[in-house]
Design a protein around this ligand. Structure first.
Ligand code: NAP
Length: 248
């Protein structure tokens, strides 16, 4: 088991990619703390599923946008599990719209959740990482933050922000034996992509060399590698998982 007895904190794991990451890391022996906002029953059932794998698990209803609530959540998690080793910043939302019609609220909500959420959680978690001179952070970003996507200026700005944040923090924390990396996902089959228009999906599919969308588990396996000791010399990197869609 790659992650036996490590304590992992994951934002937004009630559904989609976060859920797949929680299960993947739990199968490697990690204890899992995760938060959710709206999907209570899905969060509860994931908590049960994780416990059934023989690890400790704890679901908490915490809005990632709330700096103080997030800070308390980190404190409670450390008390509950007796420490914290790995942080996965995953929670995210989309509010797609052409910029000329985008209202201020949709801009702000996407930035608050996808980018400030990463600040809120990382700010709270790294104090312990620095003290213990050990820690590991993976941020989930998107190819939208690398190559852009029409109608996603808010989301692309937030996801590009995560890439800058990842690299700056990797430079800042390397000296404390803390690695910081990002995974940039392409089109992955989750609730986030299920309502895309059929014509748009078909257009994208034609451009993906592997000819299909990705599965949450395929992102989770890369996260597992990055947080394991197998990746101990990888730092400040952005690994793209998109079936070849955006290769240079
Ligand atoms: P998803 O299925 O819509 O799940 C999003 C998760 O984030 C849910 O668990 C949701 O919890 C949580 N969340 C949202 N806002 C939150 C908040 N304010 N506080 C706490 N939790 C919150 O999305 P996904 O596709 O798995 O995406 C996960 C991450 O991957 C996101 O950062 C997304 O941008 C990124 N990504 C996805 C794709 C893709 O194609 N799917 C591609 C590139 C990157 P509740 O339901 O409980 O609110």
């Amino acid at each position: 088991m790659l992650l036996k007895d490590r304590v992992v904190l994951i934002s937004g794991a009630s559904r989609g990619i976060g859920r797949a990451i929680a299960l993947e890391l739990a199968r490697e022996g990690a204890d899992i703390a995760f938060n959710y906002l709206k999907s209570k029953s899905q969060a509860q059932s994931l908590e049960e599923e994780l416990k059934a794998l023989g690890i400790r698990a704890r679901a908490s209803c915490v809005d990632i946008c709330d700096f103080y609530a997030v800070s308390n959540w980190v404190k409670e998690t450390k008390e509950f599990f007796g420490g914290l080793d790995i942080l996965i910043n995953n929670a995210g939302i989309i509010k797609d719209m052409a910029l000329m019609f985008m209202d201020r609220q949709d801009w702000q909500e996407v930035l608050d959740t996808n980018l400030s959420g990463v600040f809120n959680l990382t700010r709270a978690a790294i104090i312990g990482f620095i003290k213990q001179k050990k820690g590991n952070i993976v941020n989930i970003t998107s190819i939208s933050g690398i190559v852009g996507a029409a109608r996603q200026t808010n989301y692309a700005a937030a996801k590009a922000g995560i890439i800058g944040f990842t690299k700056a923090l990797a430079r800042e924390l390397g000296v404390y034996n803390i690695r910081v990396n990002a995974v940039a996902a392409g089109f992955i089959e989750t609730d986030m992509t299920k309502d895309l228009k059929e014509a748009y999906k078909n257009e994208i599919l034609k451009q993906i060399p592997l000819g299909r969308f990705g599965r949450p588990e395929e992102v989770a396996k890369v996260v597992k590698f990055l947080v394991s000791d197998e990746a101990q010399y990888i730092n400040g990197e952005v690994i793209v998982v998109d079936g070849g869609l955006t290769m240079a």
